[in-house]
Design a protein around this ligand. Structure first.
Ligand SMILES: Nc1ncnc2c1ncn2[C@@H]1O[C@H](COP(=O)(O)OP(=O)(O)OP(=O)(O)O)[C@@H](O)[C@H]1O
Length: 967
């Protein structure tokens, strides 16, 4: 090769070095300096992997000073090129000697790479095409964002996540019963919103005790890495940014952290979050004119942040007012008048009846049709009613549409979701075991004395005292009041634990002191390993105690918990619950049982209640069980009955020794319970349930996602990707693969792959069983980053292959071209719903015939052979003119194809967005639940999307030459 000092060359194997300059030449060797990286390379003069770079008229080039010019002519003077042309910025005529070219060379077009000898391995070309294909397909799936989490596919959760996750700035109350998976639903919603670009910044506010559990669940189940903000972290972040909350996109903090400091709260409110999640939202107490501080701080945030998810298992805890107030946080326009809200709550019966009638699949009478017409309001539903009442094959669809309309138009359905065990099914049984024990004389005396001394106490105070006789006793005896020496519940507990040594047992008592004393007794007397869990412990100590209890080997047999310490915790690996005493209200009782009665509980739950006769506890156990049926079933009526019978209940608790009238009181409560339950089941709760569990649609969603599990294309793609990136793969049994970085990685730190490597599986069940393994799906960061890596760089954009085929003349040339159609738009518009970057594959011969539809990619690819780089370069040089001609021939058909794709995207967007808007506007006439800003956002999105689609374009993304041989 003729070399001259100052010429520009590029390395075929290390294109990242940029453009090299010849700085020394001798008889055998040539030295190139690569100014972009400051490195020198020595090459043999003949047969080195370097290619001369000469640009052609029409190309845009960049000078070392940064300005650009379009080349009109080239001059060759003794082997050195001077480019003549016009500057792009000021249109001046200029000349640029090649030595003055910018050394950071990037070939923007695949054909430039090809002609500069930058040939990729054939498998990289294939990987790029597949990446393009999958990448574009992902956007079209309605279940995008719901496939990648490490969870069982539980229909009611998927239904809620699917419905809410696709909304613009969703504001909802997730109020499933305890343990049905609200955290998981919230995680799925967050995941979808992030993946789709609807949200980038998420703030989660939880009770301090649940911070770590949330952190772990988000990472383990959704691959979402949240940062925990506490005082210390906040102080650190103050050094890095004016607003410390700007230093992270995904933040978890405690309600207490938010509440404590006014200035900090202000910073937080200014931090432009897209989504706020508040767990255990029943802590946000409110009454007219007297909102709690907790309520106010969340209100301040909810005013600033577009999306809000509130989570609570007991939406009506603390009464109807607080429930209303939480709905008001979500939509102050709709929920502005408490009295009206209460009134509305009474009138769901006709709607529920109509829904039940439609579900029952019986003929619809004229009268019922009139009712439906009234309830639906504005819209003409006559045609739908006709179909719904016929034997037409879409009859069920029509009924479903009518139900959706009813739900859309009435009550809280778009804002509130509540699933119950009754509606979800498949939960284990709960069995109550009452253990009646005699009241020791020590307690009898203490109770009597305290009664005399505390005669001025209110019945309420007296009742609360009476619940815990051990405390009454200790008040008199002080430090020496060793109640555990004679309290028969202690003896019973030790007996139970020692005869069930292999069982994990959760023991809950109302007070931390009781739990601590019990731990000591169990340890000292029987050597029983117990962990304690109460509000006096730090969070780390609590997490440690929970882990000690969870550990199978060497773990604690017993966890002794105080009342509030266990809120929201997951202990479903245990199935035995001892209530050493009973809590004062039915919501707390349900919270206690909810620790075990959660998704994932594999056994029937044994609830053991040792109680002392003639105490308040003996009254409570009867009231809960016989009056409310609250042990063996969840009790939706508990709160209402508790409020309505509060005074007589207190009277019985305050004077438990006399049981006159107790039987009748309990029977009366049961009557109220049964009546109220039936009413709820037929009215509001029934409606809520239908809306919340999604029925058959939810099951279909779960089935659709399951069908995509174990997708063989994903496995092939991933393994190919790992190969090309240079990740070592070692197969293990049970569908597990160990990945480790190799010495020859394409990029030094592959995002998503830890330095020490990781174990992965493509199997959902395996991922659920093996928490140490990463669950790899199309949505896993390692694949998403892999797709980005391949598609954002030039991996596989230019290649050459041989086709051995005697049926074709030697030297036949085909060019395989991958064009991409794409549009630019801000991420939140989610243009990719309608027009994701879409590949067009063409296979063109010298006559310009496109063979792509006849010759499928994968099978064709399998027939091809690789060419070594040296021969490849020679072939490319020899075929340059033909390739240019074929490229020209491809332009017209590529444009026609691209226009077709863009037109159909435009049509789809216009139809879908138009329909969405119409529906919302129609709904708004009858359902004030719909917020005007939702409609405005939809309209503005629609306009922007149509503008962006009109500006969509296409470009060549990759090409491969295929040359026929006979050897
Ligand atoms: N789809 C699922 N697959 C696997 N595990 C799940 C799934 N859904 C929920 N779980 C598990 O069930 C338990 C209860 O879920 P979660 O904590 O989300 O319920 P919750 O409704 O928030 O409960 P609480 O009312 O106590 O706060 C958790 O251990 C969770 O990991």
């Amino acid at each position: 090769m003729p070399f001259t000092l100052g010429q520009r060359w590029i390395s075929d194997t290390e294109s990242e070095l940029g453009l090299g300059t010849v700085v020394a030449v001798d008889a055998r060797m040539v030295t190139l300096l690569f100014p972009a990286t400051g490195e020198n390379r020595l090459y043999a003069r003949n047969d080195s992997p370097i290619t001369r770079v000469i640009f052609n008229p029409g190309d845009t080039i960049t000078s070392h000073e940064g300005w650009q010019m379009t080349v009109t002519e080239t001059h060759d003077e003794n082997g050195l090129i001077t480019y003549l042309g016009t500057r792009n910025d000021d249109q001046q005529d200029v000349s640029l000697r090649e030595v003055m070219l910018d050394s950071k060379l990037v070939f923007s077009k695949p054909q430039d790479r090809l002609f500069a000898g930058q040939l990729d391995r054939m498998d990289r070309f294939a990987l790029r095409f597949r990446a393009r294909k999958y990448h574009s397909e992902q956007y079209r799936l309605s279940v995008s964002g719901l496939r990648g989490m490490r969870t069982n596919l539980i229909p009611h959760q998927l239904h809620i996540a699917h419905d809410v996750g696709r909304r613009h700035a969703p504001r909802v109350l997730l109020a499933d019963e305890v343990g049905l998976g609200k955290t998981i639903e919230a995680g799925m919603i967050i995941h979808q919103q992030l993946l789709a670009g609807r949200a980038d910044r998420v703030l989660i506010v939880v009770p301090e005790t649940l911070q770590h559990q949330w952190l772990v669940e988000m990472l383990r189940r959704f691959n979402l890495r949240f940062a925990l903000f506490d005082d210390e972290r906040y102080a650190e972040a103050q050094h890095d940014s004016d607003n410390p909350f700007d230093t992270e996109q995904l933040v978890i903090c405690s309600l207490d952290f938010v509440r404590r400091n006014k200035q900090r709260l202000e910073r937080m409110a200014e931090a432009e979050w897209d989504l706020l999640v508040v767990d255990e939202a029943h802590h946000l107490g409110w009454s007219e004119g007297e909102p709690s501080r907790e309520y106010q701080v969340i209100e301040q945030l909810a005013e600033q942040i577009p999306g809000v998810l509130l989570l609570t298992a007991t939406p009506e805890q603390l009464g109807m007012e607080s429930h209303f107030a939480r709905l008001r946080l979500l939509d102050p326009n709709r929920f502005h008048d408490f009295a009206r809200f209460v009134e509305e709550q009474q009138h769901f019966r006709p709607v529920a009846n109509a829904v039940a009638m439609l579900l029952a699949d019986k003929p619809i009478s004229r009268e019922e049709m009139n009712l439906l017409n009234d309830l639906v309001g504005e819209q003409d539903i006559e045609p739908l009613l006709q179909v719904a009442n016929s034997q037409h094959e879409s009859k069920l669809d029509a009924r479903q549409q009518l139900i959706t309309m009813l739900l859309d138009r009435h009550g809280t359905s778009r804002v509130l979701f509540r699933n119950t065990r009754g509606g979800v099914k498949g939960f284990p049984k709960r069995e109550l075991h009452q253990i009646r024990l005699p009241l020791p004389t020590q307690y009898q005396t203490a109770i009597k004395v305290s009664g005399i001394m505390g005669s001025r106490k209110s019945p309420d105070e007296r009742a609360r005292d009476m619940l815990y006789p051990e405390q009454i006793y200790q008040e008199f005896e002080g430090e020496s009041g060793t109640w555990w020496n004679f309290d028969p519940r202690v003896e019973w507990l030790m007996g139970y634990l020692t005869s069930n040594r292999d069982e994990k047992v959760l023991v809950i008592c109302a007070k931390a002191a009781t739990a601590l004393q019990l731990e000591q007794v169990l340890r000292e007397r029987e050597g029983i390993r117990a962990a304690v869990f109460h509000e006096g412990l730090s969070i780390i100590e609590r997490d440690r105690a929970a882990a000690y209890f969870a550990s199978e080997e060497e773990g604690a047999q017993v966890l002794l918990c105080s009342e509030i310490g266990s809120e929201g915790r997951n202990f479903q690996f245990a199935s035995r619950l001892v209530m050493f005493d009973l809590p004062f209200n039915p919501d707390l009782l349900e919270q206690r049982i909810g620790r075990l009665d959660r998704i994932g509980q594999a056994h029937d739950i044994q609830i053991l209640v040792p109680y002392l006769e003639k105490t308040a506890q003996s009254v409570l156990v009867r009231w809960y069980h016989e009056g409310l049926d609250a042990f063996e079933h969840t009790c939706p009526t508990g709160r209402a009955i508790y409020d309505s019978v509060y005074n007589p209940l207190i009277a019985f608790l305050a004077a438990p020794e006399s049981s006159v009238g107790l039987d009748a009181f309990i029977a009366d409560c049961r009557k109220q319970h049964d009546a109220l339950k039936t009413q709820l089941e037929q009215g509001r709760d029934r409606l809520l349930e239908i809306n919340s569990n999604g029925g058959e649609k939810a099951q279909a969603l779960a089935d659709e996602i399951a069908a995509q599990d174990n997708n063989i294309e994903l496995v092939n793609f991933a393994l190919n990707l790992f190969d090309i990136v240079g990740i070592n793969q070692e197969d293990r049994s049970d569908n597990l693969i160990v990945l480790t970085p190799s010495d020859h990685m394409l990029v030094p730190d592959f995002p998503g792959l830890p330095e020490e490597g990781c174990t992965i599986t493509f199997d959902r069940n395996q991922a659920l069983a093996r928490e140490d393994a990463q669950y790899v799906t199309w949505e896993h960061p390692i694949i998403r980053n892999g797709l980005d890596l391949v598609l954002s760089g030039d991996t596989g954009t230019s290649a050459i292959s041989l086709l051995k085929n005697k049926a074709l003349p030697v030297g036949t040339l085909l060019v395989e071209l991958i064009y991409v159609v794409e549009a630019q738009a801000p991420k939140h518009l989610q243009l990719t719903r309608f027009l994701p970057p879409t590949p067009i594959r063409m296979l063109i011969d010298r006559q310009g015939t496109n063979l792509a539809t006849k010759v499928e990619f994968e099978s064709f690819n399998r027939q091809l052979n690789a060419v070594n780089r040296h021969n490849g370069s020679k072939l490319v040089n020899a075929l340059q003119q033909d390739v240019h001609a074929i490229l020209k021939l491809s332009e017209e058909p590529a444009a026609a194809e691209a226009r077709k794709i863009i037109d159909s995207a435009r049509q789809e967007a216009s139809e879908k967005l138009g329909a969405e808007l119409e529906r919302m506007e129609a709904l708004k006439m009858v359902n004030p639940n719909i917020r005007q800003d939702e409609i405005d956002a939809l309209e503005s999105n629609r306009q922007q999307i149509m503008v962006s689609l009109n500006e969509a374009g296409w470009r060549l993304d990759a090409l491969r030459l295929i040359v026929v041989t006979h050897q």
